[in-house]
Design a binder for this molecule. Structure first.
Ligand SMILES: Nc1ncnc2c1ncn2[C@@H]1O[C@H](COP(=O)(O)OP(=O)(O)OP(=O)(O)O)[C@@H](O)[C@H]1O
Ligand SMILES: [Mg+2]
Length: 230
């Protein structure tokens, strides 16, 4: 069905340490996410939330099982094909912003566009449009990320995630490092992006934060054990 933008079939992920110790981070997860959904993933620390987001984002390959993005079986794609797919379809937002401090705000937000090979003038236009969409000021363009507050940096990080207009936005604890007021601003932005049609999947520890989604998935011991529709 083409409404299914993400599908995981029996996905397991086992990490093996240098000493040969196995950690089962995910144990046979099945999941379908439809276009335009807003989903939160909750669960205790170490139970597989980030791993699940990494599987969906194709940042890592599952040990077994399949991950389909927009109908493509990502488990048979080469690294180069995966990187192209990610660039086009997926934006990432992390707890610690993950901006590059030796680059300006403008250069950070521009990065996904350089990989897409767009000309400079078009890149500049899209960078400014993306920053303005999430309430950033154009006076920040030449600043370094560390010259901004945490909340401002997270908005820049969202602008970067958005700049190539990906259908899917994945967020890992996007408000985890923010005070409650900045967190509210970030959540408002995510709400707005979902209303514009982006599919959003957000990992969080915080039940209040999770409740802005339309559906909450509960993860325990590497499995999805429950679902709550809001
Ligand atoms: N790169 C890795 N190498 C080895 N083990 C890992 C790796 N990444 C995660 N794990 C292990 O996999 C399990 C799931 O980790 P994961 O990061 O998905 O948890 P989480 O639910 O996101 O936790 P938190 O809420 O603390 O962020 C944990 O036992 C963790 O130690
Ligand atoms: Mg995590």
């Amino acid at each position: 069905m083409d409404a299914e933008i993400i599908k995981l079939v029996n996905v397991s992920k086992v990490y093996v340490s240098a000493g040969g110790v196995q950690t089962w981070a995910l144990r046979g997860v099945n999941l379908v996410i439809r276009r335009g959904e807003f989903i939160s993933i909750m669960g205790p620390s170490g139970h597989g939330k980030t791993t699940l987001l990494y599987m969906i984002g194709t940042l890592e390959k599952p040990t077994s099982g399949k991950v389909f993005i927009d109908g493509y079986d990502t488990t048979v794609m080469s690294d180069e094909e995966l990187s192209r797919l990610r660039n086009k379809k997926i934006g990432f937002v992390f707890q610690q912003y993950n901006l590059i401090n030796r680059m300006t705000v403008e250069e950070n937000v521009e990065l996904p566009l350089i990989k897409l090979g767009l000309p400079r003038s078009k890149r500049k236009e899209l960078v400014e449009e993306s920053l303005l969409k999430v309430g950033c000021e154009l006076s920040w363009l030449k600043k370094r990320p560390i010259q901004l507050s945490g909340g401002q940096q997270q908005r820049v990080a969202i602008a970067r995630a958005l700049v190539a207009n990906p259908q899917i936005i994945l967020c890992d604890e996007p408000t985890g490092a923010l005070d409650s007021k900045s967190a509210e601003v970030v959540l408002d932005i995510l709400r707005k992006l979902n209303m514009l049609g982006h599919t959003i999947i957000m990992v969080t520890h915080d039940a209040n934060v999770a409740s802005i989604a339309k559906k909450i998935l509960l993860i325990r011991d590497g499995n999805i054990v429950g679902e709550k529709i809001i």
